[in-house]
Design a protein around this ligand. Sequence first.
Ligand code: PLP
Length: 255
Amino acid sequence: MENSFHGRTMATLSATGNSKVHEGFQPLVGGFTHVPFDNVPAVEALSDNRDIVAILVEPIQGEGGVHVPQKGYLSALRKICDANNWLLMIDEIQTGMGRTGQWFAFQHENITPDVLTLAKALGNGVPIGACIASNRATDVLVPGNHGTTFGGNPLACAAGLAVIEVLKTHNFIPAVAKKGELLLNQFRSTLEGQAGVVAIRGMGYMIGIQIDRPCGELIKTALDKGLLINVTRGDTVRLLPSFVMSQRTNRPACH
Ligand SMILES: Cc1ncc(COP(=O)(O)O)c(C=O)c1O
């Protein structure tokens, strides 16, 4: 999709719909077609293209500025894939493992992808990534087809399992849904309509506050005050708070 981000290996940066990410890495891996995100007709228009084998999509565009598509977008893509015998590949490297208030963001739409990618919060600091296949994608790669030196190493896998265990036993994910909504509502009620604020977007603990000018320097300003934030796309403050955040209501309002 345009404005997407899928990573920095050659194939994933080629799949990424952002020419800035491509700079300096040409020649790219060929064969990717990009269409606007959250635009079902743009995908439908490719239906007769027999060269297409899969759709790769983020359920919420993270690096692209926290763009949440309209409800029904992923289910519409699922239907198009089924009708065309394409695989639906969902990149949940940023949205997965509870970030949006469900284990995986695709669960908000009750669909199943054929391929799911996970990383980041799967290891919570320990480097681990996973590419999970179901349905028709199960036989595309078989053991030994496409390995990596450290793939499946016991240390990283133990960290992944520990993360899953902790998320489950402490029931963190429903709390992310509940507190995330509260957080988003609070941001909306305090910031919406303020000069310079263009949009407040998000779901669960994935929040983007777009302002009307480049704001990269806010990262350092915030850090100096002991606050970790990120700025993505140059103009969007992105907040991916920790799941252990408590809900304190006795704080003075912060302006
Ligand atoms: C949706 C998505 N996919 C993939 C990646 C990871 O890419 P890499 O580890 O290759 O930098 C990221 C990182 O931000 C991401 O947000």
